[in-house]
Write a protein that binds this ligand. Structure first.
Ligand code: MSP
Length: 641
C-alpha cells in the first residue's frame, strides 16, 4: 500500500550567531514529530536549513573581515554538526545560498511579476535590521523601537519592488477563519486575525543598499527581500520546478513548525505569496513558545545563551531531548533550568526507566538463566498491566497526532511507573522460591519484557538512542529502524523464548552538590540585622527594573506533602503557565487561592523546594503573625512597575 506523505518543516536558521538551546528546542520538536510519523507509517519529508542572505549577515561578515559566503559556510557547518549530535533526522538541509534555491526564488519572483502582483515603487519607511522586518510608525513599541526585538529601527528610503499583499488580505483572512486548524495554537490564530483586520499594506520585497542576496531577475541591482527568499525554501527541496510528481506528493506542507514571533510571516505573508502563485496553502502553521532562561528569552545580547553542544556533552542528547519535549507544553513558553534538567534525568530516566529495565533483565537472568519462558494463562494483575499497555499506546497515538508531545510522553511515564509497581505487586523473588509457581514467574517475566518492548518503541521519537539500547538489551532481533507502531498496537510481539541481554546502565544518576531543599525566601527570612541594612540601602531605578513583576492568576493550589507551610501553586502568566512553591499554607486554604489575581516576581532564578522546582515567587505583606498576598484587580499578564 502506498504510504501517506507527511511534510514537516522547521524555520531555516540565521547563521548570524551560534545556535542556542532555544533553536535546538524547535528542531527537536519537529524531529520527534517526524520520527513519530515514520513510526506511524507515513512517508515523511522533514526539512530544515539555513537562511543565509540579508543585510545583517553582510554586516556581520564585514565586521569579521571575511566574505559573506566564507562567514556563513563556517557557521552552517556548525549547524549541521549540532543536528548530528542531537540526532536530528532531517531528510534535507536547504541553504538559501544554493543554486537550486536561487533558481526557485527568481522563478517565483518572475511569475508573480508577470501576473502583475509585483510592481516597482519607492520605499520610505522603517526597517529593523536584526529582525529583517519592515514596520510602520504606528506598529513601533512605546519607545519607538521594533515591536519584536525592541531594538532601534532605521529610516530607509530607496527604489524598491512591492508585492501586492493588500490584494490578498481578504482571501487570507477568510482562509484563516474557515480553517480553524490552520494556525495553532488558537491564541496565535486570534493575533493573526487581529493583525490582518488592522489592514495589510503591500510588502516591499527588494533592497538596493546592499548586495548579499538573490538578485531580482530582471533588475539585478535589487536583491530580493530575505523573507521572500527564505519562505520560498519550503518549495525548493520537494521538487518545485523540476519534479512534478514529488512536488504533488508533498505539497501542501502538513506542518510549518515555527517560533511564535514568526507566525505572522508564515500565516500571512507566505499564504499571500502562495495565492499569487496559485498554489495550495500549507495545512498548518504551529507557533511554539520560547524557551526562556530565568524568565527571559535567550539572546546573545542578554548574555543568557545556553550552548546545546556543551549540554549534550555533559548529559547526552537523549536526556536533553527528553527534558525539552516533556517539560514544555508546545504552545507555551517554558523555562530552561539546569536544576530541573538534572531532576528529570535522575527521577525519570535513571530511576523510573533505568530501574525498570535493570530489574527486569536482572531477574530474567537470575531466575530463568537469561531466557523468557513461553507465557501461559494470565492473572488479574497481568491482565491489568496488559490493558494499561494497550490503553497507553492508544492515548499516546492520539496525543502525538495532536502534537501534544508533553502529554504523550507523560502517559508513557505513567505506564513506566505502572510496570515498576507491577514488579512490587507480583514479587517475582517470592515466586522464584516456589517451584509450583514456575509458570506464574514465567508469565511475570514475559509481561515485563513485553512492556519494555512497547516502551522502547513509544519513546523512540523522543530518545532514539536510548530506545534502541533498550531494544538491543532485551535481545530483540528485528532491525529497530524498521519497527512500526503497528508492531505494538497488539500485545505479545516479544518471542516467548527470547534470550535477553545483560543489563547496562541507561543513564547514570547526576550527583548534585547543592542541598536539594534550596531555601525559599518565604521559608527562611534573612537575619533581622541584614534585613534592616538592606531596607536602608538605596537602589537605583535600573536596579528595580531588573525585577519583573506581573499580575498572575492562581489556577490550582495544593499542599506540598509533609510540610506545614508550603503550597504548590499553578499560575497563569497570560502567555504561559508555571508552577511555584509558596510558604503561605498557614495563611491561606488552597481553595481560597484559586481564581485570585496576585503579583508575582517572574524572573526569579528557579529554586528546588522539597523536590519541586519553583519558577517564581508571589508577593505578600506580613505583619506580626499575619500575612496577605498582594492582590490586584487587573487583567492577568499586566506588568507591575
Ligand atoms: N531565518 C528566520 C526564519 C525563516 S523561516 C522561512 C528566523 N531565524 S532565527 O534563527 O532567528 O530563528 C529560527 C527559529 O528559532 C524561530 O522559529 C525562533 O522562534 C526559534 N527560536 C529562537 N530562539 C528561541 C528560543 N529561545 N526558544 C524557542 N525558539 C526560539 O527567524
Amino acid at each position: 500500500m502506498e504510504k501517506k506523505p507527511f511534510y514537516i518543516t522547521t524555520p531555516i536558521y540565521y547563521p548570524s550567531a551560534k545556535l542556542h538551546i532555544g533553536h535546538a528546542y524547535c528542531t527537536t520538536i519537529a524531529d520527534a514529530i517526524a520520527r513519530f510519523k515514520r513510526l506511524a507509517g507515513y512517508d515523511v519529508f522533514f526539512l530544515t536549513g539555513s537562511d543565509e542572505h540579508g543585510q545583517k549577515i553582510q554586516q556581520t561578515a564585514e565586521g569579521a573581515g571575511v566574505t559573506p559566503i566564507q562567514y556563513v559556510d563556517k557557521i552552517v557547518a556548525g549547524f549541521r554538526n549540532l543536528w548530528k549530535e542531537l540526532h536530528i533526522s532531517h531528510d534535507d538541509f536547504i541553504r538559501t545560498t544554493e543554486e537550486r534555491h536561487q533558481r526557485v526564488v527568481q522563478e517565483i519572483f518572475r511569475r508573480i511579476y508577470e501576473k502583475g502582483d509585483i510592481y516597482k515603487g519607492s520605499y520610505k519607511g522603517l526597517y529593523c535590521t536584526p529582525c529583517e522586518s519592515y514596520w510602520t510608525e504606528h506598529q513601533l513599541d512605546e519607545n519607538g523601537c521594533c515591536p519584536d526585538c525592541h531594538r532601534p529601527v532605521q529610516e530607509v528610503s530607496e527604489e524598491a519592488y512591492f508585492f501586492k499583499m493588500s490584494k490578498y488580505a481578504d482571501k487570507v483572512l477568510a482562509y484563516i477563519e474557515e480553517n480553524p486548524e490552520f494556525i495553532q495554537p488558537v491564541s496565535r490564530r486570534n493575533e493573526m486575525i487581529n493583525f490582518i483586520k488592522q489592514g495589510l499594506e503591500d510588502l516591499c520585497i527588494s533592497r538596493t543598499s546592499f548586495d548579499w542576496g538573490i538578485p531580482v531577475p530582471t533588475d539585478p541591482k535589487h536583491v530580493i527581500y530575505v523573507w521572500f527568499d527564505a519562505l520560498s525554501n519550503y518549495l525548493t527541496p520537494i521538487g518545485f520546478l523540476d519534479d512534478e510528481a514529488k512536488f504533488g506528493k508533498y505539497w501542501p506542507a502538513d506542518v510549518h513548525l515555527v517560533g511564535k514571533e514568526i507566525v505572522r510571516f508564515h500565516s500571512i505573508i507566505w499564504p499571500c505569496i502562495l495565492m499569487a502563485l496559485d498554489l495550495p496553502l500549507p495545512k498548518k502553521v504551529y507557533g511554539h513558545g520560547w524557551l526562556i532562561v530565568d524568565g527571559d528569552k535567550m539572546s546573545k545580547s542578554k548574555g543568557n545563551v545556553v550552548d546545546p553542544l556543551a549540554l549534550i556533552e555533559e548529559f547526552s542528547a537523549d536526556a536533553i531531548r527528553y527534558f525539552l519535549l516533556r517539560e514544555i507544553n508546545l504552545g507555551q513558553d517554558g523555562n530552561f533550568s539546569r536544576d530541573a534538567l538534572i531532576t528529570r534525568i535522575n527521577s525519570d530516566l535513571a530511576n523510573d526507566l533505568g530501574n525498570l529495565l535493570h530489574r527486569t533483565l536482572n531477574m530474567i537472568g537470575k531466575f530463568q538463566g537469561g531466557s523468557l519462558l513461553p507465557p501461559a494463562g494470565e492473572s488479574a494483575v497481568d491482565a491489568s498491566l496488559k490493558a494499561d499497555a494497550m490503553d497507553t499506546v492508544k492515548a499516546y497515538e492520539e496525543e502525538m497526532e495532536a502534537m501534544q508531545l508533553s502529554s504523550a510522553i507523560k502517559k508513557v511515564w505513567a505506564f513506566v511507573s505502572r510496570a515498576n509497581k507491577y514488579i512490587d505487586e507480583t514479587a517475582p523473588w517470592v515466586l522464584a522460591k516456589d517451584p509450583g509457581k514456575k509458570q506464574e514467574l514465567a508469565n511475570t517475566m514475559y509481561h515485563l519484557a513485553e512492556s519494555l518492548r512497547i516502551i522502547s518503541v513509544l519513546i523512540s521519537p523522543y530518545m532514539p538512542v536510548t530506545a534502541e539500547r533498550i531494544w538491543k538489551q532485551l535481545g530483540l532481533s528485528e532491525d529497530f529502524s524498521k519497527v512500526q507502531l503497528s508492531d505494538i498496537r497488539e500485545w505479545g510481539g516479544t518471542p516467548g523464548d527470547l534470550k535477553v541481554g545483560l543489563p547496562e546502565q541507561l543513564f547514570p544518576r547526576i550527583e548534585v552538590e547543592k542541598d536539594e531543599a534550596a531555601p525559599v525566601k518565604q521559608e527562611k527570612p534573612a537575619k533581622k540585622e541584614k534585613q534592616g541594612k538592606a531596607e536602608h540601602e538605596e537602589i537605583t531605578i535600573e536596579d528595580f527594573s531588573k525585577i519583573h513583576l506581573r499580575v498572575v492568576r492562581v489556577l490550582a493550589a495544593e499542599p506540598v506533602p509533609k510540610t506545614e507551610k508550603l503550597l504548590k501553586l499553578t499560575v497563569d502568566l497570560g502567555d504561559e503557565q508555571r508552577e511555584i512553591v509558596s510558604g503561605i499554607a498557614q495563611h491561606y486554604a488552597p481553595e481560597d487561592l484559586v481564581g485570585k489575581n496576585v503579583v508575582m516576581v517572574i524572573n526569579l532564578k528557579p529554586a528546588k523546594i522539597r523536590g519541586i522546582v519553583s519558577h517564581g515567587m508571589v508577593l505578600a505583606a506580613s505583619h506580626g503573625d499575619g500575612m496577605k498576598l498582594l492582590s490586584v484587580d487587573m487583567p492577568v499578564g499586566s506588568r507591575v512597575r
